[in-house]
Design a protein around this ligand. Structure first.
Ligand SMILES: [Zn+2]
Length: 475
């Protein structure tokens, strides 16, 4: 565990897509993994940006059958043919499958091909093979070779393989940054750090969340607390959550997994497990208001990340996933390959993704509920109030702005929303109104003594452990 000195960050500082990509380039340098020497370098660099606590989990640790893998590296990885070197797998981190075992011997072409991954559609790409970090019981040996090179291999004769890898005990690192607000209720952000050298899937998401937390950290008077978890995909959160107490879990009221911000494609939100939680409502509003193309899909119909861990029974933190995505099964052309570099990303798309998350925080912080101080229907046009929203009249052209019917229509229902439960966000979404304009309008109701207001509270269903009566389980 360490807390590092960090650069000063002003909450008014403008964060550009370019500045996020510059940090992404830095974060892409170390050869990271689930357990890797490169993770020390990565978290040391992140520690220059944010105060960070590191959690450590030793190789071999187990949690529900999940195992922290060994720290692994390649010593030698050559494929030769009649003494001529055809491929050096030590030349790129992705060129040998993560956790491959050693192999020395000769094989024919068919045997070699059974131990090669390549992609005809992306002839220059070295494909990322990650599965054995999650299934050490399946480990074999595999080279990842660009199709353009592999297709030029001879198909006759014998190939000499000299693959020596070292797997030794190490530690999985999970980085955590916590910013305390006036309430211990916590909004969680999560992204993964284990895909070595890959920008869109993941380091751009990591860089973007670092910039977001610098802004949150510098922001005065946060109501919510905020927790950033930067960890190897899946295994990091499995072990991190396995260590949390029930009280800690109860305070995690909403979560957002964020990655793949830089592809020129629509924003995509994948709902929480229940689909109707406050965090779902927040993104329904943000997507309606953001002015760009968006896609909303149900639970697990997105890229698929650690939300299954956060939402697992016994934790059930309502968790959404935010990405940009061309297609669920082919999210972007450079996916899981050496082509996924910061240079392939679009800074404007990165910046708009950042602004969506910033807006999410601003709305969570401002969102309120309202309690009426009257019975019956107040006359809002009375000069004492002067709160009436003039609406169009079919018989008289009043020269009203285009959205006047929406604001006028709001008044048909608004008095019923002053019930201490319905929030600014609920109303903005229901009536397709700007949250911020509505918030300003409702503040005038408070100033005129018609309502009192309180910060909206996110209620999550209680954490239920395996030992408790199944009748009390969440839905
Ligand atoms: Zn991935």
């Amino acid at each position: 565990m360490f807390v590092s000195a960090v650069v000063l960050f002003n909450s008014d500082q403008v964060v550009s897509g370019e500045s996020i990509l510059a940090l992404t380039r830095d974060l892409c340098k170390p050869a990271t993994g689930v357990v890797s020497q490169g993770n020390d370098e990565l978290f040391s660099r992140i520690g220059e940006e944010l105060p960070l606590t590191l959690h450590r989990y030793a190789s071999g640790s187990q949690q529900n059958g999940w195992v922290v893998p060994k720290r692994w590296r390649v010593e030698r990885a050559t494929i030769s043919h009649n003494g001529t070197l055809l491929y050096d797998g030590a030349s790129h981190t992705l060129a040998v499958a993560q956790l491959s075992k050693s192999f020395k011997g000769t094989v024919d072409f068919n045997e070699l091909a059974a131990h090669v991954i390549t992609d005809e559609k992306r002839p220059d790409a070295i494909i990322y093979h990650c599965a054995w970090q999650y299934r050490p019981w399946d480990i074999d040996w595999v080279f990842s070779i660009p199709f353009g090179e592999f297709s030029a291999f001879p198909t006759g004769g014998r190939f000499e393989i000299d693959l020596e890898t070292i797997a030794e005990d190490g530690e999985m690192l999970v980085g955590e940054c916590f910013v305390a607000g006036t309430t211990p209720q916590t909004i969680v952000f999560n992204s993964h750090v284990c895909h070595p050298h890959q920008a869109n899937d993941g380091m751009a998401g990591v860089a973007l969340l670092i910039r977001l937390f610098q802004w949150i950290n510098a922001r005065a008077g946060n109501r919510y607390s905020y927790r950033l978890i930067l960890a190897p995909e899946h295994l990091g959160t499995v072990f991190y959550l396995g260590d949390r107490t029930r009280d800690e879990l109860e305070l995690m009221v909403s979560g957002i997994f964020a990655e793949m911000p830089g592809v020129a494609a629509p924003l995509k939100i994948t709902s929480s497990f229940l689909g109707d939680q406050p965090i779902d409502i927040l993104f329904a509003y943000l997507f309606g208001a953001c002015g760009e193309k968006t896609v909303s899909v149900p639970w697990r119909k997105g890229a698929g990340n650690d939300e299954t861990v956060w939402e697992a029974p016994g934790y059930e933190v309502p968790f959404v996933e935010l990405t940009r995505c061309i297609d669920q099964f082919e999210p972007y052309p450079e996916y899981h390959s050496s082509l996924d570099t910061a240079e392939s990303l679009d800074s404007e798309y990165v910046e708009r993704f950042y602004l969506i998350l910033k807006q999410a925080v601003e709305i969570l912080e401002k969102n309120r509920t309202y309690q009426r101080r009257f019975d019956g229907l107040p006359c809002l046009s009375h000069p004492d109030y002067n709160l009436y929203c003039e609406r169009p009249d079919p018989a008289v052209n009043k020269g009203l702005p285009g959205d006047s019917e929406k604001w006028g229509g709001l008044l048909d229902s608004l008095m019923r929303y002053f019930n201490g439960r319905t929030s600014t966000l609920d109303i903005a979404l229901r009536h397709d109104l700007s949250f911020h304009l509505l918030w300003d309008y409702l503040r005038k109701f408070e100033e005129k003594g018609l309502v009192t207001s309180e910060p909206a509270v996110i209620r999550r269903h209680p954490v239920v452990s395996r030992n408790e009566n199944s009748l009390t389980q969440g839905r």
